[in-house]
Write a protein that binds this ligand. Structure first.
Ligand SMILES: Cc1ncc(COP(=O)(O)O)c(C=O)c1O
Length: 483
């Protein structure tokens, strides 16, 4: 590809995407297409001959754009993937063009400095001090894994990196934890049975009495309590575990405290519901995802550590082929020594550019808008009797359920699944379903700066209409209930 072709195709792609973003609300949220059709659309053998880039882009217009889930559409309120902010999109383009490899200083000196500054902004937001550090990761899943690895190595007094885990240890988290915690407990060699999934209170926060009981029981059986994973914004309802109380228990028992703020970390920027006073800085390590509620495009998660030296203790290996002999003054920061990954893209750029372009203030206003929308839906639901809310949303995730199939939970599950399917087919909204305390719920979660309050009114009206329609057709199929 010569520079002229690059220029022409680049301009065309920018025009295409500007058009896409400008009119995104007129598209369907989810495409009306069968998986089989998509497989067939791309069924071709490995291309042997070149093709002009313009034609390749033309193929994307025909085969990719019409079949995307348009997460930037204001009606997308599903699994936590935000409307990507436009400057973040441009940042990813620049990132690929420069292809700086953040793993080693020699493959991206300024990029390493910018990523370190971006991490510093995040540790400052979390309330950590000068000794803190961290890495940008592929997401919350990887960050939670690193958090558990830091916990394990610290608890073993840095023996586990060599010897593995020799004793029986336990990790404590609520039943509302993200599945990444289960995977992390497994990946660090404890086995999933080492995870104690503890019950929650009526607001879906970890029950401290249950935590105390589980620790006492483990002690009795000779199992060492190793780590508590607190949640700062659960995936289902945005519930916040009480970090101060968890810190006190972790200190008393000699445990590491990791807090998963992958989603809820956005609330650190909120103006209307400030959450910088909830004790997050007391955690030993924190997961926080700029690609969730800081509206950065995928991928940009982060692991933050109160004491950066713990990262080096866990990951600090220096193979000869990576050793930087030119670093006489030991000034070149090597991410590969302080993190799990080696080659990785310059994720910090999109977060850095987003903060520069919009400022934390503007991003905080988007977040407040999403929280306001969830609270609006909650207040609508509490004013009628067909639906019930799971809890009052402290963040933007809200679960509601239709009572029409009660008390038959199997029927209720079918009802919610069928309605979610119809909502997807309708193309104006996308929501998911979930389970909380044995019941099925619609899970609705705006993390989207295009969503407006009126969308919540429209969504509730649609859910009511579809629930009534499903119940009505069931009644017709089964006949009236017998006396
Ligand atoms: C609370 C929480 N932790 C971790 C994760 C995993 O994050 P990721 O999807 O970025 O790997 C999620 C994802 O939704 C989450 O909600």
């Amino acid at each position: 590809m010569n520079p002229q072709e690059f220029r022409e195709v680049g301009h065309r792609v920018v025009d295409l995407l500007a058009e896409y973003l400008e009119h995104i609300e007129q598209r369907r949220v989810f495409p009306n297409v069968e998986p089989r059709t998509l497989t067939e659309l791309f069924a071709e053998t490995l291309p042997q001959d070149p093709c002009p880039a313009e034609k390749v882009v033309g193929e994307l217009e025909e085969k990719l754009l019409p079949y995307c889930t348009n997460v930037g559409h204001p009606g997308y309120m599903g699994l936590i993937t935000p409307s990507p902010n436009p400057v973040g999109i441009i940042a990813d383009f620049i990132c690929s063009a420069l292809n700086q490899n953040i793993g080693a200083y020699t493959i991206g000196p300024a990029a390493v400095a910018m990523e370190r500054r971006t991490v510093r902004w995040l540790t400052d937001l979390a309330g950590y001090g000068e000794e803190a550090g961290g890495n940008l990761t592929s997401g919350g899943m990887m960050a939670n894994f690193i958090g558990l690895k830091l916990a394990r190595d610290w608890a073993s007094q840095d023996m586990a990196q060599q010897e593995g885990v020799q004793e029986r240890w336990a990790v404590y988290a609520s039943e509302e934890r993200h599945v990444s915690v289960d995977k992390a407990v497994d990946a660090v060699g404890l086995g999933r049975s080492a995870l104690r999934a503890l019950p929650t209170d009526a607001d879906f926060r970890i029950r401290l009495d249950a935590l105390e009981e589980a620790i006492a029981e483990d002690r009795k059986r000779g199992i060492r309590p190793m780590c508590i994973v607190g949640i700062f914004g659960t995936t289902n309802t945005g519930a916040l575990d009480p970090v101060r109380e968890l810190r006190a228990i972790a200190d008393r028992e000699g445990m590491w405290l990791h807090v998963d703020a992958a989603y809820g970390g956005g609330m650190l920027l909120s103006h209307a519901w400030p959450m910088r006073n909830r004790g997050l800085e007391l955690a030993d390590s924190i997961t926080i995802d700029p690609h969730k509620w800081f509206y950065a495009p995928l991928d940009a998660g982060a692991i933050l550590v109160k004491n950066e030296r713990r990262l080096t203790a866990s990951f600090g290996l220096k193979p000869s082929y990576l050793t930087d002999e030119l670093d006489r003054a030991n000034e070149r920061y090597q991410y590969y020594v302080h993190s799990f990954e080696q080659s990785r893209r310059f994720r910090g750029l999109k977060v850095w550019m987003s903060f520069k372009r919009y400022g934390a203030h503007q991003i905080g206003e988007w977040i407040d808008g999403n929280v306001r929308q969830a609270k609006h839906l909650h207040s609508l639901v509490t004013k009628q009797s067909e639906f019930e809310p799971a809890s009052e949303p402290p963040m933007s995730a809200i679960c509601i359920r239709h009572r029409g199939a009660d008390p038959d939970e199997a029927q209720s599950k079918e009802l919610h699944a069928e309605v979610a399917r119809r909502v997807e087919q309708g193309g104006r909204f996308w929501i998911s379903t979930t389970e909380l305390k044995g019941k099925t719920w619609f899970r609705i979660n705006p993390v989207n700066f295009r969503t407006r309050t009126e969308h919540m009114d429209q969504l509730l009206a649609l859910l009511r209409q579809e629930c009534d329609s499903v119940l009505q057709s069931r009644l017709q199929a089964n006949g009236p209930p017998s006396e």
